[in-house]
Ligand binder design. Sequence first.
Ligand code: GRF
Length: 194
Amino acid sequence: MTRVKLGVLISGRGSNLQALMIAAQAVDCPYAVGLVIANRPAAEGLALAQAANIPAITIDHRSYGEDRESHERHILAALEAADVQLVALAGYMRVLTPFLVEAWSGRMTNIHPSLLPAFPGLDTHRRALEAGVSEHGCTVHLVSPQVDQGEILGQARVPVLPHDDPQSLAARVLVEEHKLYPKCLSELTKILAN
Ligand code: GRF
């Protein structure tokens, strides 16, 4: 089986990256993580990739000042040089410009910690608690030029419990993120192959 080469963009901890790398160890996983790019040299996920012998590089956005497109041109060049076919944003904390989004249209995904369209943007767990919702969760979606608005590929739900705080709710959602993202990427990989 030829596996689709996945590029993963991160900014920090990298637990979703780790979940994708673990899932890719299965013999029947249709993708392999081929490159990890961080926009911050301190991103903890870089070490996780290196420990798994996956090429991991930093393309530091601070080197490009206000020129977001120039930063993204370098990201695109690195993805292309590594023959990446599908890109997963996994805790990548920068809003992309249309340049990179359009270059990967239909082939770039994101995981967001809410049941979109509810709670796009940041601080989703606190906002969900303040809104008094009984259910919360996470969403995997295609990346579109409008932040957190691309086609939804899958969602996972968790109950909001009476004594939840943002941390306890985030932890319960994260467990689901780690199952949902590999599942959605496997499905998308198979769809793109047909
Ligand atoms: C996750 O909650 C993800 O949904 C959001 O950012 C967080 C990244 O966590 N986009 P990690 O770096 O994958 O651990």
